[in-house]
Design a protein around this ligand. Structure first.
Ligand SMILES: Cc1cc2nc3c(=O)[nH]c(=O)nc-3n(C[C@H](O)[C@H](O)[C@H](O)COP(=O)(O)OP(=O)(O)OC[C@H]3O[C@@H](n4cnc5c(N)ncnc54)[C@H](O)[C@@H]3O)c2cc1C
Length: 455
């Protein structure tokens, strides 16, 4: 690992590869957050010349508290560009089944995505993605135990001048020419540049765990596919997360992820929970009406293993940059609470595009502000499209539910809207602009489109 904790420096990854002879003062970049967005940005930015990159992460060690993560075409493409794709192994999703969680009836199913094998969807342990990214970060640039409290613009009178002061909880501070806010959904950097922006509890609570696959292997129809078991107020998701070619049978893990939705209006005062332990009783109480196979699977989770996450989301940001020297990446830039199940890809794409934008602006003698303008021009419309899609899906579902409620009650309403709910998941084919996004192509299109244009 390429991590610095106080004065300690541990193992080193590959060193930055300057593209030529340094000219003038290097650009001092401070990346706040060591999740996918921060690590991806650290890899991409460190490859530029005349740059000094530091990552500040609040945790005392880099760890992933989630369970599994979905890696599809868009993510594989950017992982390739970052040099990390080969290290990310997981379960190849050959069969995906959506069921009525109460009856077990199959509502929809699909097979592998129609792309070359290496780009097909895998479910992987989050730690594997993290380790693959860390392995590509240059040595000694990650600083742990550095919780950023706030940032201050040191050159307010002149946009872009003066840099940014960064204040840490431990009482220390530093300055940078560019601050990259990669500090997740509850971003302190976002709070500093957009103090009026607020996120709220969405009403969804998610419990996640990885358990040995052998402990649920006896349950009929479960481990043979990735499956969604939908209920009136949530769902249970199951997927293996290991590549059988890599992990011995007795060591393979499966992910269980259970969601329950409550009316956020009735949950006032809800405290933010993120990766906190939850008891089996608490989790199971929400799924008592589910198919016996799901109840059996939940019953196999060892006490103390569940982690609870309450989903928060906020409105779209008009721009992802501030002060001409601060930029938001990943969940900080589009607080959508894991919608689309592809947030890691978005986070990595952001970092790669930021590096291209800086490189491009510099090559044409333009200031940092221009690079941020280019970044924003590419990424803001993309996130706007996601917000618009979610709004229209929500409206469709509400209309359908209202129609069904006129003539049906209780589980009958649930059954009649289930098909629509499953369709609302979208899937790869329904949302190619997300799941088949090729970030390198996006950049090429930008370069093509801008010849003669103002950017
Ligand atoms: C339940 C759930 C399921 C999901 N499933 C998927 C999936 O299948 N596939 C997928 O691609 N995405 C999925 N996502 C989304 C994905 O996890 C996120 O989009 C992704 O982790 C975003 O990366 P990030 O680096 O922006 O933020 P994070 O992963 O949240 O990382 C932020 C980092 O910043 C650090 N930090 C925070 N505040 C500070 C501070 N003030 N100072 C210093 N450091 C700080 C944190 O400790 C953390 O390390 C899911 C999300 C949820 C909630």
């Amino acid at each position: 690992m390429a991590v610095q904790n106080g004065a300690d420096e541990h193992e080193h990854g590959p060193q930055p590869q300057p593209e030529g002879k340094p000219e003038g003062k290097p650009l001092r970049v401070a990346i706040v957050g060591g999740g996918p967005a921060g690590l991806g940005a650290a890899i991409a930015l460190s490859k530029l010349r005349d740059i000094e990159v530091r990552v500040f992460e609040q945790a005392s060690e880099l760890r992933e508290i989630g369970a599994g993560i979905r890696i599809g075409y868009n993510c594989w493409r950017v992982l390739e560009l970052l040099g990390a794709a080969d290290r990310v192994k997981g379960h190849h999703k050959t069969s995906i089944v959506h069921r009525n969680g109460l009856t077990g009836e199959v509502v929809a199913s699909s097979g592998p995505t129609p792309v070359p094998f290496r780009y097909q969807v895998r479910r992987v342990r989050r730690t594997r993605l993290q380790q693959a990214l860390v392995s590509q970060v240059p040595g000694g640039i990650i600083n742990l135990n550095k919780h950023v409290l706030s940032i201050e613009d040191l050159g307010q009178s002149q946009p872009g001048a003066g840099g940014v002061r960064i204040a840490f909880r431990d009482g220390t501070e530093t300055t940078a020419d560019l601050v990259v806010g990669a500090d997740g959904i509850r971003s302190a950097i976002r709070d500093s540049i957009f103090p009026d922006h607020k996120i709220q509890f969405t009403g969804t609570i998610i419990w996640r765990v990885l358990i040995p696959t052998r402990t649920i292997a006896h349950i009929p129809d479960l481990i043979s596919s990735t499956s969604w078991w939908h209920g009136p107020e949530g769902h249970v998701f199951h997927s293996p997360v290991d590549d059988p070619a890599e992990v011995a049978e007795e060591e393979r893990l499966s992910e269980l992820s259970a969601r329950n939705l409550v009316d956020p209006a009735t949950a006032t005062g809800k405290k933010f929970s993120w990766g906190v332990p939850a008891t089996n009783e608490r989790v199971e109480s929400h799924f008592k009406d589910y198919d016996p196979r799901i109840r059996e699977a939940l019953g196999q989770v060892p006490e103390g293993q569940w982690k609870e996450f309450s989903a928060f989301a906020g409105p779209r940001l008009e721009t992802l940059t501030g002060w001409d020297k601060v930029v938001l990446l990943g969940d900080a830039s589009h607080p959508l609470s894991g919608a689309f199940g592809s947030g890691a890809a978005f986070a990595l794409e952001d970092g790669w595009i930021l590096a291209r934008a800086i490189e491009h602006a510099r090559s044409s003698g333009q200031p940092l502000a221009k690079a941020l303008e280019i970044f924003d021009a590419i990424r803001s419309p993309y996130y706007r499209r996601m917000y618009e899609h979610l709004d229209s899906q929500k409206q469709k579902l509400q209309d359908q539910q209202a129609k069904a409620a006129d003539s049906l009650v209780g589980t009958a309403t649930f059954t009649s809207t289930l098909q629509q709910r499953v369709a609302a998941f979208g899937g790869e084919e329904g949302l190619p602009w997300i799941y088949y996004n090729d970030i390198e192509d996006v950049w090429k299109q930008f370069l093509k489109g801008q010849s003669g244009a103002s950017l």
